[in-house]
Design a protein around this ligand. Structure first.
Ligand SMILES: [Ca+2]
Ligand SMILES: [Ca+2]
Length: 404
């Protein structure tokens, strides 16, 4: 058997017998035409994220199968085609995402004939960063250098800014960058305690010439600089902090404190948890659709209708099972406000069970109730012996007459 052929294409074969020393004259050629590929791949399964960063989400899913072969997967982000990977790849990194914003993902499989599977389940996520990125430098300074002009000795990510990656006790520096999460909107005041110099940047990208939110630069022992109260929105704010330790004095220290609407007028050390973004999905999920009704249309098709109970859905996803309590697989997704779906790749005289839910960027509603229908029996083979029919229309447009 020859596999991996292109559907609906004629292939020519020659066959000859061979043994260890010689081949016989070739017989043939003979040809045969592959059947048209009209069956779409199965639905990709269990779409979810395998990794998050500040601006990327890495997706993985279970492979689809196809009677001929899956040639590609199309990845949709917030309903728009975002990328395509080859049929033997089941992972995709969505990049250039905005930190803290909610994204919904879904995947379709395609075969070589262009038949597309139904959408996979929808997966919703928020790109987020856990902790603080640090870069460690060595050098002899009396004020903060331009770290962007220097080569870092080492770099990594920690749960909070920390001098612990240092390998010496004098003549070193750090650049910390990440996000600081403000728990509520309101007035915040920062306090920076360091020996030697340090600077803090909130909502200001670090550069040697940028105006720091707090400036505690210079050679000095433990020194405290307190800023003035400022209003901030709740949520993620970009964070950068620089630090250097000169050749003299005691071991280095660096502490960042804040007074927030929740600290009762006190300065407290900013905790590790403030540098961690929980991937909380904001917004309300849609209300569940109701009144799901299934009716057989033909031997191959069941029509579904339902009531749309939501105003914030981005679509309805339809699930089918061969038994009421069985495994329901996604068989299709329709646009918001649509309240019907035709499932048209069914077997005759077979009972199918359905449920649906409404989806949006925040997730999915509860399932509807389950509805079922039994497809009609396949029609018996047509034609009666002893009859023949002259085909074609008469010149006057009349219907053809049967032979008498
Ligand atoms: Ca196929
Ligand atoms: Ca609606």
């Amino acid at each position: 058997m020859v596999s991996n052929l292109i559907p609906n294409t004629t292939y020519f074969y020659k066959v000859r017998a061979i043994n260890a020393t010689a081949g016989s004259p070739a017989a043939g050629p003979s040809s045969s035409r592959t059947q048209a590929d009209i069956i779409p791949p199965t639905t990709p399964g269990n779409l979810h994220a395998s990794g998050l960063s500040q601006s990327t989400i890495t997706l993985v899913w279970n492979a689809s199968t196809d009677d001929v072969g899956v040639t590609a997967y199309d990845i949709y982000v917030n309903g728009n085609l975002s990328g395509t990977v080859a049929g033997n790849v089941t992972t995709y990194q969505a990049s250039n995402l905005i930190n803290g914003r909610t994204y919904s993902f879904a995947v379709k499989a395609r075969d070589i004939a262009g038949n597309a599977s139904p959408f996979s389940n929808q997966w919703v996520g928020v790109p987020s960063l856990i902790g603080v990125n640090w870069k460690y430098y060595m050098g002899t300074w009396t004020s903060l250098p331009n770290f962007y002009a220097l080569s870092a000795v080492s770099a990594g990510t920690l749960s909070i800014y920390s001098l612990s990656p240092k390998t010496v006790n004098f003549n070193y520096g750090f650049l910390f960058q990440g996000w600081l999460y403000f728990p509520v909107a309101g007035s915040y005041t920062f306090r920076l305690i360091s020996g030697d110099g340090s600077k803090l940047y909130i909502d200001v990208p670090y550069s040697a010439t940028a105006t720091a939110t707090l400036d505690n630069d210079g050679v000095h022992g433990d020194k405290t600089v307190t800023g003035s109260a400022q209003n901030y929105a709740a949520g993620a704010h970009s964070f950068a902090m620089t630090y250097f330790k000169s050749s003299g004095g005691t071991y280095g220290t660096l502490t960042l404190q804040w007074m927030t609407p929740q600290t009762n007028g006190q300065f407290v050390n900013i905790p590790n948890s403030s540098f961690v973004q929980n991937a909380v999905v904001g917004g309300a999920v849609p209300s569940a659709p109701s009144n799901l009704y299934a009716a057989a249309a033909t031997a191959k098709k069941i029509n579904l209708t339902w009531r749309d109970n939501s105003s914030n859905e981005t679509g309805f996803q339809v699930f089918r099972s061969a038994s009421a309590g069985g495994t329901y697989l996604a068989v299709g997704t329709v646009r918001p406000g649509v309240t019907y779906f035709g499932d048209s790749t069914l077997d005759g005289s077979t009972t199918y069970y359905y449920k649906i839910w409404a989806i949006n960027q925040s997730g999915s509603s509860a399932y509807s109730s389950i509805a079922s229908a039994t497809t009609l029996a396949l029609p018996r083979a047509a034609g009666r012996a002893g009859w023949s029919q002259r085909c074609g229309e008469g010149a006057d447009g009349s219907q053809p007459e049967l032979d008498k």
